[in-house]
Design a protein around this ligand. Sequence first.
Ligand code: IMP
Ligand code: MG
Length: 184
Amino acid sequence: MKTKEDFIESVLYTEEQIAERVKELSAQITSDYKNITKPLLTVGILNGAVVFYTDLVRNLRIPVHFDFMIASSYDANTQSSGKVNILKNLDNDPRGRDILLVEDIIDSGTTMNYLINYFKEKGATSVKVASLLDKPSRRKIDVKVDYIGFEVPDEFIVGYGLDFAQHYRNLPYLGILKRSVYSK
Ligand code: IMP
Ligand code: MG
C-alpha cells in the first residue's frame, strides 16, 4: 500500500481547519440570505465540490433546495482546455431563483465565468459563488467569488473532493500533490 508520503508534498489545511472555515462561510451565507422569500437554490458542481457542498449546506440556517451540475473544462490532466461543456444540467428551472453556485476551486476562472453568465441568461434573480479554494495567480478571466474558503498558491491541490485524474478525492485534508506524481 502507498502511504501519504508517496504522493503528498505537504498538508495545506487539516480536517479541523477546513471544518472551522466552512462553518464560518455557512454563518456568513446564512446572514446574507436571512431575508430570502424562496429557498436558496444551492447548486453543487460535481464531482469536485461534493464534499464541500455537503458540509456547507448542512450548516446553513435558511431554507435551501439542492441541485447539481456537471461542467467540464478539464481533461484528465492539470491543464484547462479553456472550453466549458455542461454534461449534466440542473433539475430545477433557475428563472426567478436565488442561486448559490458551490465549487471546489477557481483556477483560470473559465468554468465559473461561463456558469454565472449561463444563469443570468436563464433569468435567475441573483447568482453568487462559494468556492472552497481560490488560486488567483492562475486567473485568465476575472470572476467575482463571493465566498472563499482559502486562497492557495499555484500548486496542484488534492483532497476534500479535489482530484488528480479521479484519485485522492476522499482524503479528509487538503494537500499539495507531489510534482513527481504528474510530471513523469
Ligand atoms: P477553471 O475553469 O480553470 O477555473 O477550473 C476549475 C476546475 O479545474 C475546478 O473545478 C477543478 O475541477 C479543476 N482544478 C483546478 N485547479 C485544480 C487543483 O489544484 N486541483 C484539483 N483540481 C483543480
Ligand atoms: Mg470542478
